[in-house]
Design a binder for this molecule. Structure first.
Ligand code: HEC
Length: 197
């Protein structure tokens, strides 16, 4: 586990390291191939993940992959959504989900401009707040609730944990904010006391 995380950080460090065919496709072939490949002869939703040219051609449809923008990429959303959600892939009970390390690799690949079939799109940014694969994991009892800051702005997010004077709040799209507790409204701060151990 430790070794895998180190390897991934190295790959993330070397921005040109990730290539679809080399780094991402093998994961998809293993975990999605049954329903999305030339090999199985099944292309559910019209999507084949083991065919780089076809896959690249599908990027624009339903914003499947928006190079540089993992947050806008439907493919990433299917991986990130909790098991059982209608958008989650694979469908509930129909296969093994990607590990959080694998999800992070896909996120990094999209951020690198989603290089595939010899072409690369625009580069983007990884969420700066997400520093480790651990933070991508859902909390043991994820409860999405409203959080209000001292300016009266409200967001919907899940509390992952409290670290010193920041609350780690995860938005639906996967972004994790390290939110200074002093900037939360009194009512929101009270929620931290009951939720954090
Ligand atoms: C057991 C079969 C099965 C497996 C395994 C599976 N899928 Fe799917 N997938 C489907 C079906 C069925 C659809 C079309 C219906 C739908 O959109 O819910 C679909 C649709 C999709 C779509 C939407 C395509 C579009 O443009 O509308 C994406 C993206 C996707 N799958 C990604 C994946 C990924 C990534 C994996 C592996 C992590 C995966 N799927 C594994 C059955 C599967």
């Amino acid at each position: 586990m430790k070794i895998l995380i180190t390897l991934i950080s190295l790959a993330a460090f070397n921005a040109s390291a990730l290539e679809y065919e080399k780094d991402i496709m093998p994961i998809f072939v293993k975990k999605c191939g049954e329903c999305h490949s030339n090999e199985s002869g099944k292309a559910k939703g019209g999507l084949k993940l083991d065919d780089p040219a076809h896959f690249h051609g599908r990027f624009a449809k339903n914003s499947l992959v928006v190079p540089g923008d993992w947050d806008a990429s439907y493919l990433f959303i299917t991986l990130y959504r909790p098991e059982g959600h209608e958008d989650a892939m694979p469908p509930e009970g129909k296969g093994e989900r990607l590990s959080s390390e694998e999800v992070k690799l896909v996120q990094q690949w999209i951020t690198d401009g989603a290089p595939v079939n010899g072409e690369r799109g625009e580069k983007g940014k990884m969420p700066p707040e997400t520093e480790s694969a651990d933070e991508m994991k859902p909390a043991p009892n994820p409860v999405e609730q409203e959080w209000t800051n001292t300016d009266g702005k409200t967001i919907l997010a899940t509390l992952l944990r409290v670290e010193g004077d920041v609350a780690l709040l995860r938005l639906k799209n996967g972004t994790v904010y390290k939110y200074p507790i002093t900037k939360l409204s009194e009512a929101s701060r009270a929620k931290l006391d009951t939720k954090a151990e």
